[in-house]
Design a protein around this ligand. Structure first.
Ligand code: AMO
Length: 456
């Protein structure tokens, strides 16, 4: 698209040496040295040094504050060899200011935004979210997140899925359990959806293959480093599948593809977070839950024979195994116990105690789950009743299964968890622009209310 204004983007200044340009952006660090002064200006394309070489300009620059919104008119100059800054893409040039127009002064920032790192505790990082997000290192998290979401869209389209947009208000709980937010809907009870699950399944009967990026609401009763009350799910659902393996192929294609494309698009961000390029094997190792538990038991001595799921420590240990034995940051775990999965999950016909379900783990954490679904109407109603889910609350959903629903299945990635693991962040909240949890809906609730609930 043509530039919308007469402004020149910082990244384009490299091709404008000798030209007079107008650059708009935010003031970063100011360095005033009496008769000359410098400051860095940032726009969405990059960072550029501005020099003021007359006493008037140097004086004006000394009055600038971090985050002032400004327009600088000036000439793009090549820097002398000894002043070239190799760590900056625009480090070989600078803008010699002729005029500086302040569009809006910034109030004094409550913390220093100048350094490469923003050394703040998590609560402060979140309490000042609209400011801390401006810091380059924080902003980069969401550049990577956007790249992951873009790659998800591309890959879903390569699988010939149609994008759909689904409601987040529903009449019943989608994933069962108590972790649901009831809402007062014109005097009646409704719920915030725990996932786009029911809607994407209904749409298989319409489009065959669909995808969506949707908000999911979980009334998580505890505070952990990997749970949000509002998460972003990236979902795919595929009809007319040949078998369960086709679903595994699809989820691994999308999971590894997203991580590869986002990493390839932003190697400099991965480097600035000090993370390795992800290990993506040509075949992701696949294990049944039981086989994974056996491996973890053998490696750690922990007895998991009675466990129905992998706990966070087990997830880390099986991922270490995948890294060591298969040079893979991914491992797919299949066949979770039927009674531990949601009502729509297809039991394995060969062993109905276990289900045709899966999780994808990445660098020690579950980032996806899904399953083949029960697509027969009668079987679905029976399973709902067995699970204590009242079919009466799911009339519209069930209707779709009476009219030619093909064998189908799908999966869902957690966008924040994926971002967190790709950049090796310590807490999933750092990967959400405005995280919601037990203690926070933008504003922090009483600091003492949930004291002692922090778990890993
Ligand atoms: P599940 O509940 O496992 O499955 O969620 C799928 C993925 O979404 C992410 N996720 C979360 N991320 C942060 N905070 C949370 N509270 C949270 N809850 C879930 C995780 C998880 O792997 N409908 C099924 C999927 C399907 O069968 O297609 C579902 O929602 O990365």
């Amino acid at each position: 698209m043509e530039n919308l204004s007469k402004r020149t983007l910082i990244a384009d200044c490299l091709n404008k040496i000798g030209d007079t340009v107008r650059v708009a952006g935010w003031v970063q660090t100011v360095r005033a040295h009496g008769k000359i002064a410098f400051f860095d200006i940032r726009d969405h394309s990059g960072l550029l040094q501005v020099g003021g070489f007359t006493p008037e300009l140097a004086h004006q620059m000394a009055t600038l504050d971090s985050q002032d919104a400004v327009i600088v008119t000036g000439k793009v100059k090549k820097r002398e060899e000894r002043y070239v800054n190799l760590s900056l893409p625009t480090g070989s040039i600078e803008l010699e200011a002729e005029e500086i127009q302040v569009l809006q002064k910034s109030s004094e920032m409550p913390f220093d935004m100048g350094g490469k790192e923003l050394h703040l505790e998590l609560p402060t990082l979140l309490d000042y979210r609209s400011l801390t997000l401006k810091h380059e290192k924080v902003r980069q998290i969401f550049i990577v997140q956007a790249a992951l979401a873009e790659a998800f869209r591309q890959l879903a389209k390569e699988l010939e899925c149609t994008e759909i947009f689904v409601p987040t208000i529903a009449a019943g709980a989608t994933e069962g359990g108590a972790e649901v937010f009831p809402i007062d809907y014109y005097g009646r009870k409704a719920f915030l959806t725990q996932s786009p699950q029911l809607y994407k399944q209904m749409m298989v009967g319409v489009f065959e293959r669909v995808f969506t990026i949707a908000k999911a609401y979980r009334a998580e009763p505890s505070v952990t480093t990997r749970h949000l009350s509002e998460a972003t799910q990236m979902d795919i659902e595929i009809g007319f599948i040949d078998d369960f393996v086709q679903l595994l192929d699809a989820l691994e294609f999308v999971g590894t593809g997203m991580v590869k494309r986002a990493s390839d698009a932003h190697p400099e961000i991965l480097a600035s977070f000090g993370v390795e390029q992800p290990l993506i094997p040509s075949r992701v190792p696949r294990l049944t839950l039981r086989a994974a538990q056996k491996i973890v038991s053998e490696r750690t001595g922990r007895d998991l024979s009675k466990e129905q799921d992998l706990n966070p420590e087990d997830e880390k240990d099986i991922c270490l195994w995948a890294q060591e034995e298969h040079k893979s940051d991914f491992v797919t775990i299949t066949h979770f116990p039927t009674k531990k999965r949601a009502f729509y999950t297809m039991p394995d016909p060969k062993d109905p105690e276990y289900s045709l379900s899966y999780d994808l783990l990445f660098r020690g954490l579950e980032i996806l789950s899904g399953s083949q679904r029960i697509h027969e109407y009668d079987a679905l109603v029976v399973k709902m009743k067995e699970k204590g889910v009242d079919p009466k609350n799911f009339g519209m959903y069930l209707m779709a299964f009476k009219y030619g629903m093909p064998p189908e299945g799908g999966f869902s990635f957690g966008l924040e968890r994926l971002t967190m693991k790709l950049l090796n962040l310590g807490n999933v909240r750092e990967a959400s622009l405005f995280p919601r949890d037990m203690e926070r809906v933008d504003e922090r609730f009483s600091e003492t209310t949930h004291k002692n609930t922090q778990k890993t």
